[in-house]
Ligand binder design. Structure first.
Ligand code: PXL
Length: 285
């Protein structure tokens, strides 16, 4: 019988505006992976709505971990994302320590489009590097990469050499694999870039241009990526799958003219995740 892989997803649950757990659970389930949510906060709607109510679950995380230790559960992956307080960094570190054989994926969720999210304090952003230091894989967008490296957010298109330099410097912070999204190259090309330190490989994937951004896009990309890796795909295939599915759902949402806050309309598309991907658009850099 096929073994079902298990992911502990340390993420928030937002009622309105698809992001975090409301994306990660259906996506990974469709890929045959079990999600065990460790909620960091419950929100009425994600922070992009401006007005929202949030219940911080910092004090809930360690009792959850203690219970899991008692149950002697094992996870194939521990995946951290949106955090509600800087103390949650310590709790994530405890989770990573408790499951040393699990793949450690840190999505250093902090902001987008050059700005930090409303609930992200300077302290929380500063301490995100402690998670990055213990990760196997990190998936920052360009804004998060800039924050981690202490660089200004690039307002001009990046050169390939600068992008490679950023990937290597991010990897120097701890993770063997770095996947950086939303990188703008000349000619209005938006790219997703990968770096594998072990094989010194740089991967570039140019996305088709859609003049819109939607909440939860990073969560969609990272969850498909982790599902692919847990299903035995290599970095390039998993990046290709994640990028194609994200792009497909962005296009559908754009065609329907939905507001960016509602996130990606992926519900009718999940079967695509269990089929072969049509073509591999990854190139070596
Ligand atoms: O997708 C990132 C994210 C996750 N969770 C919450 C958010 C955001 C981005 O705005 O507000 C609650």
């Amino acid at each position: 019988m096929k073994e079902i892989k298990k992911v502990a997803a340390i993420q928030d649950l937002s009622g309105i505006g698809r992001c975090s757990l409301t994306v990660i659970i259906p996506v990974l389930s469709a890929m045959g992976v079990q999600v065990c949510p460790v909620p960091t906060a419950v929100l009425s709607a994600h922070t992009g709505y401006g007005e929202f109510v949030m219940h911080d679950l910092t004090d809930f995380m360690m009792p959850v971990l203690e219970h899991y230790k008692k149950l002697d559960v094992r996870f194939d992956c521990v995946y951290s994302g949106f955090l509600a307080s800087s103390e949650q960094i310590d709790h994530c570190l405890e989770f990573f320590k408790a499951f040393p054989d699990a793949l450690k994926l840190v999505d250093p969720v902090m902001g987008d489009d050059g700005k930090a999210y409303a609930t992200y304090t300077d302290e929380l952003c500063k301490r995100m590097s402690e998670l990055v230091a213990v990760a196997d894989i990190i998936t920052p967008n360009l804004t998060e990469a800039a924050i981690l490296l202490g660089e200004d957010y690039p307002t001009e298109p990046m050169s390939e050499q600068t992008a490679k330099d950023w990937l290597v410097r991010l990897s120097d912070m701890g993770a063997d694999i770095v996947v950086m999204t939303s990188v703008r190259f000349e000619g209005d090309r938006i790219a997703t870039l990968g770096y594998d330190r072990q094989s010194s490989t740089f991967i570039r994937l140019i996305n088709s241009y859609v003049p819109a951004r939607y909440s939860g896009t990073g969560d969609m990309f990272a969850s498909v990526l982790v599902g692919g890796l847990l299903n035995g795909e290599g970095l390039s295939s998993a990046m290709n799958r994640a990028s194609q599915f994200t792009e497909h759902t962005v296009k559908i949402t754009y065609e329907c003219g939905r507001p960016w806050t509602e996130g990606l309309m992926f519900e009718g598309e999940l079967s695509m995740l269990s089929s072969e991907m049509s073509c591999d658009r990854c190139e070596k850099m």
